[in-house]
Ligand binder design. Structure first.
Ligand code: CTP
Length: 399
């Protein structure tokens, strides 16, 4: 696919370098169009080397090739990252005072803008109105992420992670667009750890990859995402990230975020038990050689509670079931039984073991509803599986 990557003048321009690499690695032809001020942050040589294409910023360069028209006409997708407050204003006003805004005016391809600016600028009525104008015209404007900004300040305004922007761009082209726009979703990811003593814990193998992919896919489709991350091995995604360790912390964080959520997805591997009395000091070997006995108590079932309590009207609750088949039934049999038992609207069932499911880049799942009916099957990368799960959630949101 022929992609135009517009880059406006902001510190986050460095992250567009990573986005460029992701798009190139996914096999796309990328023409980078920085604004003149973007070159103050990342130089022309970087863009040219990584895109393998010439870089122009002004409408008066390469006039013989009518670049200001040709680039926009050839594009199959235009992504601007970072889109600064100034870029949003110029795009909303339909100006064409540099090659990027001229390209935005010419193109008929889908346009995705990934804003980055200080919170005050993002919340200013002028920016709010510009974003509304752009969206009304069919331009896709991602929600910025929350977190550390350029200075000491934090808040909404961070450029979403390059993986999120790339996923959003590809979702646009694959026709999913922003079908979760305006929705709030909570995704738990990773695995909880229950302390035995100050240095040891009872845990599991979950890397958090599938949960993070779900957060990334939802953000790409326009949702406001809270990721509750329990000991994940991968970089997080989502507009808000809450880090937790134990099941009790995860339960509190998920329930707090779920109060305003349209969908809660429990992708985390939650420890079913915890030590009754975690030792205050490190457990030592005993002189008589007797091994300690650790008494466990059952943890609350966060998913079953969410399904029972429905913290918000019409909330869709989605669970995961990590199963191995056994003498009593197949992976799917166990999944269906679990869907009924837990009362979740959808249960994503996958087979786990030493090598399947946990820590890998691919997954193979079956999605069942509360009655145990199979509503979707998906296998592929965790991002592809994530999109398939949201495809299954989507109709429930309208019901
Ligand atoms: N889950 C939860 N709270 C728990 C245990 C699990 O919310 N205390 C959630 C997980 O996030 C997942 C689903 O329940 O969405 C299924 O997890 P799984 O470990 O497969 O099920 P268990 O409840 O442990 O059932 P069993 O031990 O019978 O397999």
């Amino acid at each position: 696919m022929r992609v135009v990557l517009g880059v406006a003048g902001g510190i986050a321009a460095y992250k567009a370098v990573l986005l460029l690499r992701l798009l190139r690695e996914a096999g796309h032809e990328v023409r980078v169009v920085p604004t003149p001020s973007a070159l103050e942050f990342v130089g022309r040589a970087t863009w040219e080397a990584l895109s393998g294409q010439p870089v122009t910023t002004h409408v008066f360069e390469d006039v013989d090739q009518v670049a200001h028209v040709a680039i926009g006409q050839r594009a199959e997708l235009v992504v601007v990252a970072p889109a600064t407050a100034d870029l949003l204003a110029r795009a909303a006003a339909g100006r064409a005072d540099d090659l990027l805004t001229a390209t935005l005016l010419v193109t008929r391809a889908p346009v995705l803008l990934a804003p980055a600016m200080h919170t005050e600028m993002w919340e200013h009525p002028a920016t709010v109105a510009n974003v509304a104008t752009l969206r009304a015209r069919g331009v896709h404007v991602l929600e910025p992420a929350s977190g550390r900004l350029t200075g000491a300040d934090t808040g909404p305004g961070r450029l979403p992670e390059p993986e999120v922007i790339a996923a959003a761009a590809l979702a646009l082209v694959h026709g999913r667009g922003e079908d979760l726009a305006g929705r709030r979703v909570v995704v738990s990811a990773g695995g909880t750890r229950e302390p035995l003593d100050p240095v040891r814990f009872l845990g599991n193998r979950s890397s958090g990859r599938q949960g993070v992919a779900l957060a990334r896919a939802a953000a790409a489709r326009g949702a406001q995402v809270t990721l509750v991350a329990a000991n994940i091995d991968v970089p997080p995604a989502g507009s808000e990230v809450v880090r937790v360790g134990t099941t009790a912390e995860l339960r509190d964080a998920v329930r707090a975020a779920a109060k305003d959520a349209d969908v809660v997805v429990m992708a985390a591997a939650v420890s079913d038990f915890r030590p009754v009395n975690p030792a205050a000091d490190k457990i030592k070997k005993r002189a008589d050689g007797v091994a300690p006995t650790i008494e466990l108590v059952e943890n609350p079932d966060v998913l079953a509670e969410l399904a029972r309590d429905r913290l918000r009207d019409g909330q869709v609750v989605v669970g995961f079931a990590a199963e191995t088949g056994d003498a009593h039934g197949s992976v799917l049999d166990h999944g269906v039984a679990k869907a009924r038992r837990k009362g979740a609207d959808l249960l994503v069932v996958n087979a786990v073991g030493e090598r399947v499911g946990f820590g890998t880049d691919t997954n193979d799942v079956v999605v069942v509803d509360r009655e145990g009916r199979v509503v979707a099957r998906a296998d592929g990368t965790k991002d592809e599986v994530a999109h398939a799960v949201w495809d299954a959630v989507r109709p429930l949101l309208d019901a």
